[in-house]
Every structure is written in C-alpha cells, then in structure tokens.
Design a protein around this ligand. Sequence first.
Ligand code: BGC
Ligand code: BGC
Length: 667
Amino acid sequence: MNSRPAKFAGYCMSLWMAFGAVAAEAPQPVIHPQRWPELPPALPRDEALEAHVEELLARMSPEQKVGQLIQADIGSITPNDLRHYPLGSILNGGNSAPGDDKLTAPSEWLALADRFYEASIGGAGATVIPALWGTDAVHGHNNIPGATIFPHNIGLGAARDPELIRRIGEITALEVRVTGLDWAFSPTVAVARDARWGRTYESYSENPDVVRQYAVAMVTGLQGAPGTPQFLDAAHVLATPKHFLGDGGTGGKDQGDNLYTEKQLLELDSLGYQAAILAGAQTVMASYSSWRGQKMHGNHALLTDVLKGRFGFEGLVIGDWNGHAQLPGCSATRCAAALNAGIDMFMAPDGWRELLKNTLDQVNAGEIGAARLDDAVRRVLRVKLRAHLDTEGRPSSRPYAGRYELLGSAEHRAVARQAVRESLVLLKNANHLLPLSPAAHVLVAGDGADSIAKQSGGWTIDWQGTEPNQDFPHGESIYAGIARCVSAAGGTPNLSPAGEFSTRPDVAIVVFGESPYAEYAGDVHTLEYSPGDKRDLALLRRLHALDIPVVAVFLSGRPLWVNAELNAADSFVAAWLPGPEGGGVADVLFRAHDGTVQYDFRGTLPFSWPSSPRPPAVDELPGEEPLFGVGYGLTYADDGYLKRLPEVDVPPALPPAPARKRSRGRN
Ligand code: BGC
Ligand code: BGC
C-alpha cells in the first residue's frame, strides 16, 4: 500500500516524466556490460554448420554480402527486382499483401513466396542462399483472412497459462508455414509500465516474470524446442522477441525515451530477452525507442556488448521499420551507424535499393569495417542454415505448404476460443448476477457487440485493424456467440447496439470499449476511458436506471479508468482484445442448459487497474494506488460486491513549478 506522501511524491515524479523532462542531473547513458549476466549458449556449437557459413561467406561478393543485410517490403519490391538485387529478406508490413489486396486468397501468398524464393536464387545478382520472408504474426497468422486469430498478448497475460501460449505459438507457426513464410516478428516481450502506451496490448504483463515465462513458451511454440528434431523443422518458424530494449518503459509514449536506471533496464526489461535467447530465439528486433536519449538502433553497448556479448546471442538483430533512419546523421537509405552499433539486418521497406548502394559505398570506404560486415553476414547465414533454408526447397514444396484446411481449422480455433475464455477477468459481480441463464430474454447492446474488428484490435488483417465482419470467414462476434448459446437453450437473444427493446429483457449485456489502433496511433494522454464521448456510460446508466441487470463487457487494449462504468454495471468483465472467437465470451457468461457452470472465470489482471486517469504505481516506479492490483480477478465463488467508486477525479495538488532549468532530449 502506498502512503499519502509517497503517492504525492509519485505523482510529482510522473508529472515530471510526463513532460519529457530529462532531469539535468540524470546520469549519462552508460551501460556496464559486466553487470549483465553471462548466459550459457542456447544451442551447442554446430561445427559443420559453421563451416558451411564460412564456405558461403567466402563465395560472396561485397554486394551479395551487403544484400544479405537488407530486408524490403513486398509493397516496394517485386520478385523481378530480387533477381537483380541480392537482398537477404523480405517482409510484409501490416498493410502489405500480395497484389496489394489484403483479402487475397492464401494461395496467392504461397504463390508469391515461390516467386520470391526462385528469384532470390535464380537471378543475375543471385544470392548464395534463399531469401527469408518475415511477417507480423503477432496473434496468430493475422494478415491472412480465415487464419486462426488469438487474443492479443494482454489477454494471454490474464490467462497465466504458459502451456496454452506454447500451443498458440505452435499453431501460429504451422499456419504461417501453410502460406510459405518463414519468420514471425513475435513475441513482443515488452514489459509495459504505463498503459497510455498504444502498444500496451502487445505486452503480456507489467510483471517481468510473466513476460519471462511467456517468452519461453511462445518462442518454443513458434520454433520448436532447441535440441529436438522439431527445432525449426517444416512445422516451425523463426521467432523474434521485440523490441530490444526497454520499449515498455517510455512513460506511455510510443518510440519514446526510457529513463530507467541501468539496473531497472536489466531487471525489468531484459528478462524476456534472456529467457527467449535461452529458449533458442534466432532473431531479435531492435526498438524504435531510446534509452536516456540514445536511440536503441545506435546503442552499441546494448546491441553488441550486452545482447551478443553477455547474452551470447548468435542470431541476427533485425532493425525495425526504417528504425535506422531515426539515428542522428542517418536516413532511410544510408546508415552505417546502425550496422556498426550491432544491427545485422536493416528493415528497409521502401528505401532498400538506395540503401544497398549506399551501404556498399560505405563498406568500400571503410565506414563499415570488413569484420563487422562479415560478422553480420555470418549471423544472417547462420540463422538461414539453422532454419534449413538451404535444403528446404521452394516454399510450396514444403510439407505443410498449401494445406489451406489448416488455416482456421476447427482444432486451431478451439484453442483460440479456450484462450478467450481464459483471458476474461471478472472485476465485479454484484448479487452473483453471473453466470446467466441462457433460457432468458437477453438484450445485447453496445457498439462492440457485433464488431469483430473491435474485439480484435490492431494487427488484424491490416495494420490498424478495421475490417468488417464479413472479412473474417470463421469469425464470430460476441453477439453471434451469445445468440448461438441463448437460442439453443430456448432463450431469445436480441441485438441492439443502441440498447433499444420492445420486450423488457431479463438481462442486458453491453459490449463496448476502445476502437482498434496500432503503435503510436494508440497513444493516449489520459487513462480515462473515452474522455470525449460518454455515450457508452449513458447507455449503461439508462439500462441500470430501468432496473435491468447489466453486464458490462469491456473491450480494450489496456486497463482504463472506468469507475463510472463500473458503478453503472452489476457485473463487469475486462475482455481485452479477444479476437474473432467471440463464442468464448458466451461460454463463460452463461450456464449450461442444465444450470451448471460450464466455465468459471480464471483470468487475473496482467496489469494494475487504474483508480484515476493517471498511471498506477508499478513496483518501484511511481504512480497512484491501483484500484485492483496485478493478479486480481473474481470467480463465481466470490462475493462480487464492489463499493460505489468515486466518479470525479480529484488530482493530487500540483507542486510548485520546479525552479531548475530543464534540458530536453539527449544528455
Ligand atoms: C513495428 C514492428 C513490426 C514492423 C513490421 C514496425 O512498425 O514496430 O513491431 O514488426 O513494423 O511491420
Ligand atoms: C506498416 C507496418 C509498419 C508501420 C510503421 C505501416 O505502414 O504496414 O507494418 O509497422 O507502417 O510505421
């Protein structure tokens, strides 16, 4: 429990941090590598593979070497280009798809994978090894309509079920393989510490221990366990813990500045990476963010001395989407500094052509040393050989390729639905309103009730996640799941987003919350839910005032200040971003036909729930006292009474403005 003065001090501190003021006395950004743990090798040294790497390296021209270090986006490169420019990798960004058609058939993905593969080994500028294709499979193979899509990481964090996470990774890998791709840019192992950050939902938890366990589970699911025949076999893909390092500690700002001490960086932010590397992760993505004013893409101490030195990481460090361009003196098409700091592969979606030329010039001019160049190329080759890219053959010839029946198969979707059930957290349940009888007249209201996009969030079919229901071939909205369950029991489901009805319902389920967003588009200044639009609250209050029992199902990518909404509902469920398997919600809310409980709640909060619009305190980081702490979550056995909460925010009094001068930016 926080004492008043501590709370007050915390508030001053968070204000101070919120203004982006780097205190003048802040220590210089110095990393002491010897303070970071030395990890044992994740994989035993494979002499034959290393010899193969050397043999390939010896055959490569400087252009082929530089080419291996560049990844282009399929929106800006064609297979024909790859015949002339020997790039090592391609990706599809959140808004890129074959033929620029995000709804295209999975077979088009596989066909394009074949074309890129053949071009990468066939052309005049041919590389000695095929190109890798990476994708943001961050909650299932989420760019492919019809693939299985799981709850976002925040919901998985509520489930506290590492074995489920491993299985999700395994399914995701298999579905990626169906379309011929090799590499998933996941898991995000950020330890988000300020929910104003637009990427909070990509974080499993504010608790580094949960992130650590899940990092192992997800990497193992995606890649297979090191030392087993399954490791990176035809059913698995490369995993990418991201974004190294400290992206969750930037005071709620995407691509912001992390002001932690070195010790906090190590103890909070690095645990997921340590665990992932020990589990065999082969690639790590660098963060857009900074540590104490220095951009991570240029941080030699962390990328090279710590990650590759102390942690013994032998795989490749991929930059983020034009992340190198943000380094001082760099642009999207020229950046020796990133390579010299330890980035091994530039994510250069659109500037790849010029970047190839400029980087080659920099190699020839000695701005990038031969040893660094060869080290980066070795890493890329090593990862490719570990992934069997040299022997696997064309993407469509691989064992699971083209088995489209696996995309969104009943078996896979059952796991997604289980994950939905396990991710729900019950915050209030007055008078044991839940579980409900399905043989009732049920009003389903709120603009989230019948919107698969809203329940799925960003990184779903496209970057910001805006698809209409019909673009989810197997998807079920929360309403559709309720309707199926209630109709089967002889009850009557009634959908009215505005909450209108002609026959008085026995109960109203109001599904509402945040609209989809990704990355910085989701940054907010306040944790107050929907500060400018109180229509959801009005809806809850209207139904409540009519004495209709109200169940609130809250969709959000983060915990938010919802005191008023909590007061206006009899039961309140934090459902996070459950994804297209909406039926999982009804599984938990309703009893079976015979009156027994089918599934109880088992989710617990992965993040502290705010008691004000300001971020709650997290461990040694300052903030206000949370309304509910990490680990909170009711079950049907609990008395779900919740006292009436204050609806007006009374911020702690402001301290007098600090007299000292503020220095901005780099220190
Ligand atoms: C994001 C990464 C993502 C990459 C490729 C970036 O903007 O920060 O998480 O993997 O784009 O889509
Ligand atoms: C891409 C994303 C990427 C983002 C970065 C988008 O256009 O689709 O993959 O993360 O740009 O700003």
